[in-house]
Design a protein around this ligand. Structure first.
Ligand code: A3P
Length: 328
């Protein structure tokens, strides 16, 4: 199987970085691309180059807010919610010209290791308004020191999801984005071996989970399933965590529900920009915005995973999360 031309474009890596890569353990994925093992997690070469640049150069500010996750857990959704919450004075959710109506959430909340420190270096972080709202899929332990340091006051939102739904979502996303022959069984195998990009999934989740227990003022751990079950309550929780709780007037005026609606799957996926637009995952891929909105449901894995697959993942969850207090 070979990767198609629109997904995972040819890397333009520096000679120094190629030499560094040659010192790392690597594994070839079913998409024909190598994953490199760095600080306990697996990366594609371009993402790793950007991550290292980011580790070397990124300086966090106390007012920074980060949307974090491992892929396919609800990143797009949480980006939209965080943006709508932080900008609601300037852009009330009901305003007809709300930025989320004309821009995809990924255009409004860039990834550190793609938009900002990716090879094209398209975005200039100095021009960002304060508080800076940024995102990353980088595991907690590999975040730039200035974000993790004990003196840092920046806020981190993390969204996790049932492993089985995340895996099925990842498979559909890759298939729709240019790796059409990839089977669910192949995706499943890589996932269980911990080889998915930014994987192992469970170590990623546990890193942020533990930090959220140790530093609840700094890391808020959210679950996709809770957000689906009680979106208004979770939106209020995020607002409180970010230090911008809803006032009595806003509650009365229905601002919470408006934000929930604006950021809902139906709300976002129906917009022209998300039906027709494209998204550059800098230096890595160009994807249709529509591929970021598939079903947006809990439990779709039942339609794709065999009983054996289900058992294997459940065993992994039991083993890896045992004693952590985390249930996904
Ligand atoms: P499915 O493939 O299960 O539908 P990410 O944004 O991290 O890439 O996650 C993508 C998953 O979140 C996809 O799941 C997508 O449909 C779902 N999603 C995107 N926007 C959403 C929203 N506003 N509400 C709920 N789910 C959403």
């Amino acid at each position: 199987m070979s990767a198609s031309s629109n997904f995972f474009r040819s890397p333009q890596l520096s000679q120094d970085f190629k030499e560094f890569l040659s010192t790392l353990p690597k594994e070839k994925g079913k998409d024909s691309l190598y994953r490199y093992h760095y600080q306990g997690f697996w990366y594609l070469d371009l993402l790793l180059e950007a991550l290292i640049s980011c580790q070397q150069h990124f300086q966090a500010e106390d007012s920074d807010v980060f949307v974090t996750s491992t892929p396919k857990c609800g990143t797009t959704w949480l980006k939209a919610i965080a943006f709508a919450l932080l900008n609601r004075r300037r852009h009330p959710a009901a305003s007809g010209d709300h930025p989320l109506i004309s821009s995809n959430p990924h255009d409004l909340v860039p990834f550190l290791e793609m938009g900002l420190y990716g090879t094209s270096k398209a975005l200039d972080i100095a021009s960002f308004p304060s508080p800076r709202l940024l995102a990353t899929h980088v595991p907690y332990s590999s975040l730039p020191e200035s974000i993790r340091s004990s003196g840092s006051k920046c806020k981190i939102l993390y969204v996790a999801r049932d492993l089985k739904d995340a895996l099925v979502s990842e498979w559909h996303f890759l298939a729709r984005s240019g790796v059409p022959d990839l089977t669910v069984a192949e995706t499943f195998k890589e996932f269980c071996e911990g080889l998915s990009i930014y994987g192992p999934f469970w170590d990623h989740v546990l890193g942020y989970w533990k930090e959220s227990l140790e530093n609840p003022d700094r890391v808020l751990f959210l679950k996709y399933e809770d957000m689906k079950a009680r979106p208004a309550a979770e939106v209020r929780r995020v607002a409180e965590f970010l230090g911008c709780p809803f006032s009595a007037e806003e509650e009365e005026a229905g601002e919470v529900d408006r934000i929930v609606e604006l950021c809902s799957f139906e709300g976002l996926s129906g917009l022209e920009v998300n039906k027709k637009g494209k998204q550059e995952v800098t230096g890595v891929a160009i994807v249709d915005n529509s591929s970021l909105f598939r079903r947006g449901e809990v439990g779709d894995w039942k339609n794709h995973l065999s009983p054996e697959m289900t058992k294997r993942i459940d065993r992994i969850v039991e083993e890896k999360f045992c004693g952590s207090g985390l249930f996904l």
